[in-house]
Ligand binder design. Sequence first.
Ligand SMILES: [Fe+2]
Length: 286
Amino acid sequence: MSDMQINPLSEALGAEVIGVNVGEFDEAAFDKIHDAFLEYQVLVFRNQNLPPDRQVSFARRFGELDIHVQKESALPGHEEIQILSTKKIDGKYVGSPSAGDNWHSDLSYSDLPTLCSMLYAMEIPEEGGDTEWANMYTAYETLSDEMKRQLDGLHARHTYNRFRNPRVEVPEVYKGQGKQRYADIAPPDAIHPVVRTHPETGRKALYISERFTIGIEELPEEDGQALLDELIAHQKQRDFIYRHKWDQHDLTIWDNRCLIHLACGGVPEGQIRHMHRVIVRGDKPF
Ligand SMILES: [Fe+2]
């Protein structure tokens, strides 16, 4: 492990970890990885050989795993692994084809949202399929003092149900299943602070997103939507963003407590993007 190197990937966030095999860390090496995770928010490990069991056991070092509400995209035999894929067998997608197509923080619609997510690239298309992350520490820190004061003490409502969020589209593949699909699997709405404090770094981060946030609890509907529009425009500035172009067998891990992310899409019909995702449960945001 002495040749482990950590190289920043952009001004905004992110670092690549060179010279390690995931799953072979001793405690000292894991501590170093964990420190880098808190410092850079996204870590990229390239060229990893990661069968499901190894991905699961690496993720467990960060905490207890969660199981996604969209159970039909779970890897058979490994319910903690969700398949994100454009692949079809007999006309049916083998995993979730549209996950992450609007900016979001994983599982912010639940009471105990995701601490970190881990995504492993099994197959990569020739074109498209990038992922972007935006730094929500920076988004908060660059707000005006007046806006920071305004946000102090406010809470936002988050939902999984796309039909209740006019800022997002319902993917074609789910339209046919009707509104009931989301109603059936969505947990009750979650209410979280608009600005959360990271439980490990103590830093403040903006904690809303266009995919899951649908209102501000303390404000009249119209005022809440206007405020969300302003914050959503602010949080997606290019300066806050790192864009990752995947190679086959890349593993990324990211901190959902201080980032939002986006699956950029653009994979041509017939090309395959096939990923395994694991999510680690976090604390109640405060
Ligand atoms: Fe996501």
